[in-house]
Design a protein. Structure first.
Length: 508
């Protein structure tokens, strides 16, 4: 085998500049999941969107994003992560421009679906670029600390930014703002991102796998969306969820036998990566429950404006940044990942436990603030090693698909959380009304309705608390790898040669 040039073995000198633009792109994708939520009432009035169609402004994005993630990850492995990253950014910018200029419902919904499709290409490419650019343990800890903070805090930043733009400009700027993010990140990536040689996967695209995974994930995400609207017992909900199980089972069966699978089962069968995907997805169920119910609580019960409710989440954003960059990044090289993830999820669950005590009377400083701070610190501390572990030890040719699995677990977790916890809250509210009808006159109509709603929120947050405890348990039991950097990168030369693959030049 020819000798590898010494220069090729050196870390890319522009990798830290590359991190800046990767982080900008990741922030754009994550905050777009929530930035439109606050602007939705204004967009509905402006474009005359019917109540039946308004959910599709959110759903169109989540269906395209969740359904195409595995396909996007494989495309980045096949055609290059830098290429996929830049195309994803430019496509996302174009879709955002179309959405911001929308003159009717169809134009806006089409633009949101297009955003989701390009986001599914962009998100896995961003994470896999980090995986191949930062392989030194200490540098990897710092890089994933930044990435983890953004991945965790981006949704809350979206609520803040959405409130500010909607209140001072108009709803269209919640889409137009993406153009600035995307153009800056694309130009920067073109100039400074350099993908290591030999890290692509040259195998042909697995078309049956693409079809089965896309249809299966779309059915799953849409099934939970319908459940939130029509209930779990509706024929449509049951049909979609059964279809998703059948399609995804067929996908796994096919992938186990395919010569060039879309999702090599070695990516998810690894105990540590599987533990990360599972624990992260379950934790997101609880986290999305917090965003959903706390937003309703602040605006509908306490009467906060869109901007004020957005800023109310700032302590959690600060907590996530501190947890990820100061706790997670500093301890990652000293303790095994499970010793950060499990305690992190438990700390977040304590914050959630505090938030179960919300009342109709305002008590932001006594309940909401400490709950948000602990949630932020815990999730930030857990997100950072989770993002790093999701691609740790994976073969470079699989880093795109492994990265896509991280986003898939979060997307599915978010869909389940929104549907499941919304159903639980609605059921608890109905039960409370039935059992407390005698006190309706004493509380007054508004007071009675608010008490019932807050009871429903509290019960749902209890379930979110349970999800975080379960995520901590899974992380503690399944993830058993040691301190990063104490072992080899996890892929032996013999493993590479056994499959007849080129040995990628990756700096250590």
């Amino acid at each position: 085998m020819p000798a590898i040039p010494e220069k090729a073995l050196q870390p890319d000198p522009r990798r830290w500049k590359a991190l800046i633009f990767i982080a900008i792109a990741q922030l754009m994708v994550v905050l777009d999941a929530t930035i439109v939520n606050i602007a939705l009432p204004s967009a509905q009035t402006d474009l005359g969107i019917s109540d039946a169609n308004k959910q599709w402004v959110i759903t169109a994005y989540s269906l395209a994003f969740g359904g195409l993630l595995l396909f996007g990850g494989r495309i980045s492995d096949l055609f290059g992560r830098k290429n996929a990253f830049i195309v994803g950014l430019l496509g996302f910018a174009a879709a955002s421009a179309i959405g911001g200029a929308a003159v009717n419902t169809g134009m806006l919904l089409g633009a949101r679906a297009l955003q989701g499709a390009f986001g599914a290409l962009l998100a896995p490419a961003a994470l896999s670029l980090l995986a191949v650019l930062f392989t030194d343990a200490k540098e990897r800890a710092k890089a994933f600390g930044v990435y983890g903070a953004i991945a965790g805090a981006g949704a809350a930043v979206g609520l803040i930014l959405g409130g500010v733009l909607t209140e001072f400009l108009n709803w269209r700027w919640t889409l137009f703002v993406n153009i600035a993010f995307a153009v800056v990140a694309a130009v920067g990536a073109y100039m400074v991102v350099h993908e290591p040689e030999g890290s692509r996967n040259p195998n042909r695209l697995d078309i049956p796998g693409v079809v089965l995974s896309t249809l299966g994930l779309v059915s799953l995400v849409y099934g939970f969306t319908v459940a939130a609207e029509d209930g779990w017992s509706s024929t449509k909900t049951i049909s979609l969820l059964v279809a998703s199980v059948v399609l995804l089972a067929a996908f796994v069966f096919y992938e186990a036998r395919a010569k060039a699978p879309l999702l090599p089962l070695r990516v998810i069968s690894d105990r540590n990566r599987g533990g990360v995907y599972l624990s992260l997805g379950i934790a997101i169920i609880g986290m999305f429950g917090l965003f959903l119910f706390l937003t309703f609580y602040l605006q509908n019960i306490l009467g906060y404006s869109a901007m004020k409710s957005g800023f109310a989440f700032l302590p959690m954003v600060a907590g996530m940044i501190v947890g990820s960059t100061q706790i997670g990044a500093r301890l990652m090289l000293r303790v095994p990942p499970r010793m950060l993830m499990a305690p992190g999820f438990l700390l977040a669950s304590v914050g959630m436990l505090i938030l179960t005590q919300i009342k109709t009377e305002p008590n932001y400083l006594g309940i909401v603030l400490p709950g948000l701070v602990l949630m932020g610190l815990g999730m930030g501390s857990a997100f950072m090693p989770a993002m790093s572990m999701a691609t740790h030890g994976v073969q470079p040719r699989d880093s795109g698909i492994a990265s896509a699995m991280v986003n898939t677990s979060q997307q599915v977790g978010g869909s389940i959380g929104t549907a499941l916890l919304n159903t639980i809250a609605a059921s608890a509210t109905t039960s409370w009304i039935a059992s407390n009808a005698a006190s309706a006159g004493k509380l007054g109509k508004v007071g009675f309705v608010n008490e019932a709603a807050v009871h429903g929120f509290s019960v749902a947050i209890w379930w979110a608390f349970g999800a975080l405890v379960l995520a901590a348990l899974i992380a503690a039991v399944l993830i058993n790898t040691g301190v990063p950097g104490s072992e080899d990168r996890g892929v032996s030369l013999e493993d590479e040669l056994a499959e007849g693959l080129p040995i990628p030049v990756i700096a250590h």
